[in-house]
Design a protein around this ligand. Structure first.
Ligand code: XLS
Ligand code: NI
Ligand code: NI
Length: 431
């Protein structure tokens, strides 16, 4: 099979090596009425999997892929290698940017024609194989034209170019039956406030997002539109900082019913949160959509985009996903890079297999924790005082009424244990 010659499709075998077999991910295993495949909805990211050359800030390309190059033939070879990997992994979903799947043209019209030709090619391969598209997105951050932002650029010509690019990517996502469309604002922010009109840039971003939503609905795209929060990197400050900031932004522009979030593990950590915090908050605000399941190295402090490898962390994340009711159009995208020394075709396969196994273990633990209900019972017990009428009434009364209860009823609060260590020990029974 071309680049992945000699690597057989990965099957579930609990006694296998977890590299050429899934030890934990059994796509057909049913947990609470859904198969693991339906729960997890895995997706391979085209950019890190097939377009990324293995560079870091101190060195360039380490990978030698036969499809690296700027022609349409290269782009088709890259797509065919991607579909070979999808077949090996059991036809997961995939996610893409325009820049990942087509060569850049000499002008916009040629770039768009290249994109459309590649969308046709990929659409054909999807029909043959049954692989589906989780989401599409536009790369509005790599080319130098976007160095000062896309929608938030001080130059209106760049705003127009970004509009044209997103329009083409929504069309492509729609043609491929993509279930979501993502906007990640890597350059929608600033390097220095000294040259930045923050108020104007925020308003440009809000207007742009409204135009995107209107266009997507006009052409009949009924997937979910997602913003992917990230606090910084590449820009010093990004306007889509975290879930709370994005929610405030959506409220400000009246888009909170139209747009949800794609939460990335590594971005949550960069914002000073845990992944589960971001997921719980997105769910509480009614904007939970999808996840990028890639972690950072806790020592390096930047977005290293590594495949997940911590079952306890992943379990707590899926616990929040399940508490939110699970994915609808969303899924588990591995927006993850190999390490640059991982040169072999099997490394790319093993990275996904290992990550899928970690997620399967996390999901199984999360499902068992939720089904056994111990944690939820203890949580409910902690808030049980609010079930009483007088307590509930306070929330619709006045400050004076709440205050008056203290002396009238002789209220004297009695602190109770938060039981954190006991709760952590309970989690440990499942992971
Ligand atoms: C970068 C982002 C990016 C988005 C898609 O940090 O995670 O990869 O997922 O543009
Ligand atoms: Ni990221
Ligand atoms: Ni991402």
């Amino acid at each position: 099979m071309g680049y992945f010659e000699g690597i057989a499709p990965i099957r579930f075998d609990p006694d296998g090596d977890g590299i050429t077999t899934f030890r934990h991910y059994d796509a057909d295993e049913v947990l609470g009425g859904r198969t693991m495949a339906e729960h997890l909805r895995f997706a391979v990211a085209w950019w890190h999997g097939f377009a990324w050359p293995g560079g870091d800030p101190f060195g360039g390309q380490t990978f030698e892929r036969p499809w690296f190059g700027d022609t349409m033939d290269h782009a088709r070879a890259k797509a065919d290698a991607a579909f070979d990997l999808f077949a090996i992994l059991g036809q997961p979903y995939f996610c893409w940017h325009d820049a990942d799947i087509r060569p850049e043209g000499d002008d916009f019209a040629q770039s768009r024609a290249n994109l459309e030709a590649m969308i046709d090619h990929i659409g054909g391969r999807m029909e043959e194989t049954g692989t589906k598209c989780l989401w599409g997105t536009a790369n509005l951050f790599s080319h130098r034209r976007f160095m000062a932002g896309a929608a938030t650029n001080p130059d209106p010509d760049v705003f127009a170019y970004a509009a044209a690019t997103v329009k083409a990517c929504i069309d492509g996502t729609h043609r491929l039956g993509g279930e979501n469309y993502v906007l990640w604002g890597g350059r929608e922010g600033y390097e220095t406030l000294l040259n930045t009109d923050l108020k104007r840039e925020r308003e440009q971003a809000g207007r742009f997002l409204s135009m995107v939503v209107d266009y997507a609905r006009k052409v009949g795209f009924d997937g979910t539109i997602l913003i992917e929060p990230k606090p910084q990197e590449p820009t010093k400050h990004q306007y889509d900082y975290d879930v709370a900031t994005v929610y405030g932004f959506l409220k400000d522009f009246g888009l909170e019913a139209e747009v949800k979030v794609n939460v990335e593990q590594g971005h949550a950590i960069l914002a000073g949160h845990s992944f589960e915090h971001e997921l719980a908050l997105a769910s509480a605000l009614g904007i939970f959509g999808s996840i990028d399941m890639n972690r950072n190295d806790y020592q390096s402090g930047w977005d290293t985009d590594q495949f997940p490898n911590s079952v306890p962390e992943v379990a707590l994340a899926y616990y929040e996903v399940l508490r939110a009711g699970g994915f609808t159009t969303g899924g588990t995208n591995f927006d993850a890079k190999l390490r640059r020394q991982s040169l072999d075709p099997i490394d790319l396969v093993a990275a996904h297999v290992g990550a899928m196994d970690v997620c399967a273990r996390g999901l199984r633990a999360a499902h068992a924790m939720l089904e056994d209900g111990v944690l939820e019972d203890l949580r409910a017990e902690r808030y049980a005082g609010w079930d009483e009428d007088a307590a509930a009434a306070m929330l619709s009364g006045t400050l004076e009424q709440a205050a008056a209860r203290v002396e009238a009823e002789g209220i004297e609060p009695r602190p109770r244990s938060g039981r954190q260590e006991r709760l952590e020990a309970i989690v440990n029974r499942y992971v």
